[in-house]
Design a binder for this molecule. Structure first.
Ligand code: CMP
Length: 139
């Protein structure tokens, strides 16, 4: 069911800082079921396609450089009302503004290296999951 799926990435800085295990544990602890997962990395070109919606924004080049700078974990998560539930669980985009105890507050460095990505709509969750996985991986 599309409303029960969201997509996440653990970003390069959080990986470099050794937070992969803690973030995955926290995701599971939050009641999100991991439906598909891979340790991978994005090329600059792939990062530009993934974040194409932001291509007119001043941070696009820096963000895509950063997202292609090292390994990431990509995962499809399942929970009731997954997109909103996960956005609430990870906290505000800027870790400095994220509520205490959220993933971005705990493991984020700055607005770009904010520990994790989370889909912003059911439609984008499907598109983003499809960027990394075949639908049979998570359905
Ligand atoms: P994410 O959830 O991956 O989706 C888009 C990303 O753009 C966002 O997290 C931030 O890391 C990044 N972003 C959004 N706004 C800014 C900004 N003002 N400066 C730098 N990066 C930003």
């Amino acid at each position: 069911m599309s409303g029960n799926i969201t997509f996440t990435m653990i970003k390069p800085k959080a990986m470099e800082n050794g937070h992969m295990g803690d973030i995955l544990a926290k995701i599971i602890e939050g009641g999100f079921k991991v439906k598909a997962m891979k340790l991978t990395r994005l090329t600059k070109e792939e990062a530009k396609v993934f974040y194409a919606v932001h291509k007119e924004r001043p941070f696009y080049d820096g963000l895509t450089d950063f997202m292609s700078s090292g390994p990431i974990v990509a995962a499809v998560l399942e929970k009731e009302n997954a997109v909103q539930a996960y956005r609430d669980y990870i906290g505000a985009t800027n870790p400095a503004e994220a509520a205490e105890g959220t993933i971005r507050a705990l493991y984020g460095t700055n607005i770009e290296a904010n520990a994790v990505h989370g889909s912003d709509s059911d439609e984008n969750a499907q598109i983003e999951a499809g960027f990394f996985f075949s639908k049979r991986d998570w359905v």
